[in-house]
Design a protein around this ligand. Structure first.
Ligand SMILES: Nc1ncnc2c1ncn2[C@@H]1O[C@H](COP(=O)(O)OP(=O)(O)OP(=O)(O)O)[C@@H](O)[C@H]1O
Length: 807
């Protein structure tokens, strides 16, 4: 990008700001040599989903700049909830609402744009598709952001573009669902991504096989002569770009017959659009279609194509529109879920079968697979499609069709048994034989001893000695033991029948009277539903008879011995805290560690802060109360479990649940801890966790695990204050807060909803100060939880005083 050559702005400030930008090594390209409009090369922030991407950002300065905010637009595509998909314009709340002349262009590029990319706000979208995808399927959203970066935000995408190459492909595509030559002829690559490979005559042999018998060319000359050049000699239906590369082949309703040779079609690598609708073409699409890398539009409806669709069709990542309807295709559909940019998929009136793959339904604007032989459940179309997209497939079931699918087999919380090797089977067989022999011996022994007893009794009667009777009737084993809970009451341990055979340990029921008598087998047999899979294991909702709902956490790689696990769970159970959710039971064998909690139907803090609000208002007073209750409860747990060194270890807003009275409850206290080789304790991730938390401090001592909780509590405070997400993929809320506070824009940190509500800035700043102390990078410099709790209490008291003194 050429550097800014000349400055001719009437405004000194304008000049200074642009100059400052350039001095900071930004590439600035002026337009019309003025300073009102220019492009800046902008790189995606490090450790964000956008890292590695580069965009040309158009800046327009209004006449009243700096008293009015600049307008900002991305010139090449970016997938972001707050960037308009078509115009690239940016919804920078922070600029539009709070722009002040004290900001300058450098702030825009150093802080505001990186912040926007790091913390998208889906609740106020300019790109509805991106926002809803972000809310509903975070993984797919992340994938799509990265895919866009790959496809549209490389260095080559912001250089060598000419104005006529900068039109938007999808923009025009939207209007061409009934496409004709003219419709398609307007297409160009989005933002100047050009396909430049020039076509050779011998690469067009596929055209040779299509015979335009009876077809009447529009200009009286087909021109399809292999000795001529399709671009220079203007073959009918062929559109080229300025560099003589074939871009489109559009021959609709041209009475073409013959066989389409996909192999030679795809040697024309540059071709983006192929439209051969409504002809009489036969043949199959072959695996060679994978060579059509640049293909964006494939329209071959209304022909006589047959055979399976090649799996490689799903490798064509650039595909946007596919219309293969009204042909004789059969077999299963390739896995189109991989093509996230697909807008149109029309395949009605074929003989396709098998299951319908999980398309990116958020993105699809047209979808029809009616009148085929598809079967099985329809994937979740997120309520975006009607039943007419699926009619005429008698074996399809599920929404949006009326016929419901038969119930799926119930999930079990135990893993599927793997197939046993023949060796294992042999071992098992020998085991059975030995067991059989043991049983036979046992009966023989019993028989013999009974006979002996009878003889003894006989003798005894004779000798009048009765003592031997008792010896033969003493029970063989006593299994149940008992544990005491914190209140000194006895709790029971229930045994499985198999336990008595020494095969499995019992389910330990700790606190709930509802579960008395529940066996491990019953727990496993109950219907279960997967709620989530976190880094520490999977979580299931289990529905017991009588309407009791539990959740069971299967802990992955716990790494702690069974004995220690039992001791630990019992120690935690002995501390009774109203706002810490107790485990109601646990199960612990060498292979398996399960924790059972009561199911809490009212959601968690994460969803309350970041999910769709459903009309719920989470105001300042409620946030302060949540902070107070959690801090107090955590301080209590730390105090009670200090001697055992048991901290929470994984505190996050997702682990703050709301109970029936909508009070916050800390869940999963202390469930993960592993032993270091030397017997000291480490964090759940063996030290890979963020070094800041202190959980994984290499200079570990019992205190640092508690200081890890303090850090994590500080992050929860930041979530409460900012309303922003704590991102795992390097999108770092504490880092952002630090940077904003350092620049003395503290007020910018707070959740807009709190500002609008009129929450006290003074007390929000006080709470922010507490949070900043908690996230101090040196664990020893963080306050204890009891100190944190005291500080929050005093803020809360001030808040209450101010409310009561308000007239
Ligand atoms: N007792 C419960 N009742 C209702 N929902 C629960 C309960 N415990 C957890 N959940 C919810 O279930 C979902 C999955 O929880 P899970 O513990 O698997 O997630 P996680 O905390 O991210 O996992 P991990 O701790 O392994 O990283 C979360 O939304 C959580 O709030």
């Amino acid at each position: 990008m050429p550097q800014l050559a000349k400055m001719s702005s009437p405004s000194k400030r304008r000049e200074m700001d642009v100059m400052k930008l350039m001095m900071s090594d930004y590439n600035v390209e002026t337009i019309n040599d003025g300073l009102n409009e220019f492009n800046v090369e902008f790189h995606g922030p490090k450790e964000s989903l956008y890292e590695g991407g580069v965009w040309k950002v158009r800046v327009e300065l209004p006449d009243a700049y700096p008293y009015k905010s600049p307008s900002i637009g991305f010139m090449n595509k970016i997938f972001h909830p707050n960037v308009d998909e078509l115009s690239g314009s940016v919804c920078l709340d922070v600029i539009n609402q709070s722009w002040s002349p004290m900001f300058d262009l450098l702030n825009v590029f150093e802080v505001f744009l990186p912040q926007l990319l790091l913390y998208p706000n889906p609740s106020d979208p300019l790109n509805g598709d991106a926002a809803s995808l972000m809310m509903k399927d975070r993984k797919l959203y992340d994938q799509k952001v990265k895919e866009y970066c790959e496809r549209y935000a490389k260095k080559e995408h912001i250089t060598n573009t000419t104005p006529d190459e900068e039109s938007d492909d999808e923009n025009i595509s939207d209007e061409e669902s009934n496409s004709s030559d003219d419709d398609i002829a307007g297409h160009a690559d989005p933002y100047g991504i050009s396909r430049r490979s020039r076509v050779d005559s011998d690469q067009t042999s596929f055209m040779d096989k299509l015979s335009p018998v009876n077809a009447v060319p529009t200009n009286g000359n087909w021109g399809w002569n292999m000795s001529s050049d399709p671009c220079r000699d203007k073959w009918e239906g062929v559109t080229c770009d300025g560099k003589n590369s074939v871009k489109k082949i559009v021959l609709e309703t041209s009475n073409l017959a013959g066989v389409l040779d996909a192999n030679s079609l795809c040697t024309v690598k540059s071709v983006g659009v192929v439209s051969l609708k409504n002809n009489k073409i036969t043949g199959q699409l072959t695996e060679e279609i994978e060579n059509c890398r640049d293909l964006t539009h494939l329209y071959i409806s209304g022909n006589q194509f047959s055979g399976d669709l090649p799996a490689s069709l799903s490798q064509l990542n650039n595909l946007k529109r596919v219309d293969i309807s009204n042909n004789n295709f059969n077999g299963e559909l390739p896995d189109f879920s991989k093509i996230s940019g697909l807008i149109t998929f029309l395949a009605q009136n074929n003989q396709l079968d098998g299951k319908i793959p999980d398309f990116d339904f958020f993105n699809l604007k047209e979808f029809n697979v009616s009148n085929n032989n598809f079967s099985g459940p329809i994937p979740d179309v997120k309520g975006l499609l009607q039943n007419d997209s699926f009619f005429g497939n008698p074996q399809l079931c599920g929404k949006p069709l009326q016929n419901a699918c038969p119930p799926a087999p119930q999930t079990s919380i135990m893993p599927k048994k793997s197939r046993k090797s023949w060796f294992e089977k042999l071992l098992l067989l020998s085991g059975y034989i030995i067991l059989g022999l043991v049983v036979v011996c046992f009966f023989l022994y019993k028989l013999v001893s009974k006979k002996k007893i009878r003889e003894d009794e006989e003798k005894g009667r004779n000798k009048k000695i009765a003592a031997n009777d008792a010896a033969s009737t003493v029970p063989s084993t006593t299994i149940s033991s008992s544990v005491k809970d914190g209140s000194g009451q006895k709790t029971s341990e229930y045994s499985l029948s198999s336990v008595e055979n020494g095969m499995a340990p019992p389910l330990v029921v700790l606190t709930s009277p509802l579960l008395r008598g529940l066996s491990f087998e019953e727990l496993l047999r109950a219907p279960a539903e997967l709620l989530g899979r976190g880094k520490n294991g999977s979580l299931y909702k289990v529905m017991l008879d009588g309407g009791v709902n539990l959740v069971v956490k299967r802990i992955r790689n716990c790494g702690i011995s069974s004995e220690k696990f039992k001791t630990r769970m019992t120690q935690i159970d002995q501390v009774k805290c109203r706002n810490v959710l107790p485990a109601v039971a646990f199960y612990c064998s060498r292979q398996e560690k399960l924790l059972v909690y009561e199911y809490q139907p009212d959601g968690n803090l994460f969803n309350l802060l970041h999910g769709s609000s459903n009309g719920q208002i989470f105001d300042w007073g409620s946030r302060l109360s949540v902070a107070d209750i959690i801090a107090e409860s955590l301080a209590f747990m730390h105090q009670e479990l200090h001697e055992h060194g048991i901290a929470h270890g994984n505190l996050k807003s997702m682990n703050i649940l709301f109970n029936m009275s909508m009070e916050p409850c800390i869940s999963e206290y202390g469930i993960m801890e592993v032993e270091n080789q030397d017997g000291s304790l480490l964090s759940p991730n063996n030290g890979i966790e963020s070094p800041n938390t202190g959980h994984a401090d290499s200079t570990f001592n019992a205190d640092s695990t508690f200081k890890g909780d303090v850090y994590e509590f500080g992050v929860i405070l930041l979530e409460l204050l900012t309303g922003k997400l704590v991102q795992q993929n390097g999108l770092d809320l504490p880092g952002w807060v630090h940077s904003v506070v350092k620049e003395e824009w503290t007020v910018e940190v707070f959740d807009k909803a709190l500002i609008q509500e009129g929450a006290s800035e003074e007390r929000m700043v006080s709470l922010l100060q507490v949070a900043l102390q908690c996230i101090n990078s040196t664990p020893n410099d963080r306050p204890s939880m009891s100190r944190v709790s005291a500080m929050i209490k005093s803020i809360k008291e001030e808040e209450e005083r101010s409310i009561s003194s308000d007239p």
